[in-house]
Design a protein around this ligand. Structure first.
Ligand code: GLU
Length: 421
């Protein structure tokens, strides 16, 4: 590989290129690209937090409101030491596309705080989360912009945020965020929804390739909420989980790893490393493990021009957002690997967030069976439509380009009918 084609790791540039290609391929008005190339609004704010030591630290927070042609802005808030404005913008664009693709009436948004959540105490995290709502509350709301969990944020963080927002509004307004605990308007099944959606997408992809799901060998990069639940759900489908890794290291056993024992091991030791009966592997080695299905469920830019060549899986289902670079994509496509893109493979999270928001609006609660069945219907339908669309438009398309085009067409239709074009 030349150096030139190994440098495409800016997620925003990669997304803009795909958006432009989609608009051109579909022969849409160039104005569609003008609307989509940058967020409608991007807010940056300082968030002062009193640390446990008494010292005040000022954190930087972002909220990107990309596009709301289909409904209120929607998307998670991540706490991470490497959060950048470009990353948050790209993530908000993916939310716009994801919601359009899976047919939930939301636009795209995303937020982030530059911080290391691993070294914050619970109280510091609470003050930081409440601070985010005080800084951004005026641009959030159940009908305006609805955050949710993302990397290193969870139901507890959402509960603090819902509480702070309700304090500001002086009335309970829990619908301002989704992914809440059940006791304050959360939705049953939301926590594992991203993984459940990913498992449905994997099942459909396997069907498309005539690959029996029972006995399929699966490797999962990332063992947080998405990776952990995906391991459990796919094991329940009869898959053999041969390798998993977390941010520090990985474990491998070609005979299969017991997913629930591994979750218990990670809970008690803080890492997957040292799991009895497994061989240690690195995060990079995990991508190259002999398996049928690879699920990158960690961070961006993992499958690149350096790593894609050694991928052995027939299916890559992107549990994470943006794990494959354009170079990586091109290599996988050439090798005949079916990549189920992030905006489809991980759309189960926002789909069940939508169910939560609907229930909050109606003050009603659905049972697990209803939630899971409705999720399955949405993912299966989205997979079918994108798969058909991709292949109808000639076999030279990869499924990511097909998914982008399918979503951009829906956005353009809505822009047209609303009189934006
Ligand atoms: N953070 C998740 C995602 O990237 C979920 C977003 C949501 O539920 O709004 O899709």
């Amino acid at each position: 590989m030349t150096e030139e084609i190994c440098t495409q790791d800016n997620v925003l540039t990669a997304t803009l290129n795909l958006l432009r290609t989609s608009v051109e391929n579909l022969k849409l008005s160039p104005v569609v690209y003008e609307y989509l190339k940058a967020p409608s609004r991007f807010v940056e704010a300082a968030i002062p937090v009193e640390m446990d030591s008494g010292e005040v630290k000022v954190f930087t927070g972002y909220r990107s409101q990309h596009n709301n042609v289909l409904g209120p802005y929607k998307g998670g808030i991540r706490y991470h030491w490497e959060v950048t404005p470009d990353e948050v913008k790209a993530l908000s664009m993916w939310m716009t596309l994801k919601c359009a693709l899976v047919g939930v009436p939301f636009g795209g948004g995303k937020g982030g705080i530059v911080c290391d959540p691993r070294i914050l105490s619970k109280k510091e995290k609470e003050r930081l989360s409440r601070g985010y709502i005080r800084a951004f509350g005026s641009v959030l709301g159940p009908e305006l912009d609805i955050p949710a969990p993302d990397v290193y944020t969870d139901a507890q963080v959402m509960a603090w945020m819902a509480d702070e927002y309700s304090n500001i509004r002086q009335a309970p307004a829990f619908g301002v965020v989704t992914g809440k605990p059940l006791s304050v308007g959360g939705c049953v099944g939301r926590e594992e929804a991203t993984s459940r959606g990913c498992a449905f997408a994997v099942r459909e992809a396997a069907k498309a390739l005539d690959l029996p799901i029972k006995g399929a060998r699966v490797a999962i990069q990332g063992f947080g909420n998405v990776g952990g639940h995906a391991a459990l759900l796919l094991a329940a489908e009869g898959c053999t989980i041969v390798a998993v890794s977390d941010s520090r290291s990985g474990v491998y056993n070609p005979e299969g790893l017991d997913a629930s024992a591994l979750i218990a091991h990670k809970k008690s030791t803080g890492a997957v490393a040292g799991f009895p009966g497994s061989k240690p592997i690195t995060n990079l080695e995990l991508l190259a493990v002999d398996c049928d299905i690879l699920i990158p469920a960690a961070m961006e830019n993992q499958i690149t021009c350096d790593t894609a060549g050694s991928v052995k899986a027939r299916i890559v289902a992107e549990g994470a957002n943006g794990p494959t670079t354009p170079d990586g994509d091109a290599i996988l496509f050439k090798k005949g690997v079916l990549v189920v893109p992030d905006i489809l493979a991980n759309s189960g999270g926002v789909t069940v967030s939508y169910f939560e928001w609907v229930q909050n609006n109606y003050g009603f609660r659905w049972d697990a069976e209803t939630v899971n069945k409705r999720l399955e219907d949405k993912i299966v339908e989205a997979f079918r439509l994108v798969y058909l669309f991709t292949h109808q438009n000639g076999s030279t398309l990869d499924m990511r380009t097909g998914a982008y085009m399918y979503a951009v067409k829906k956005l353009s239709d809505a822009m047209q009918i609303r009189g934006w074009l």
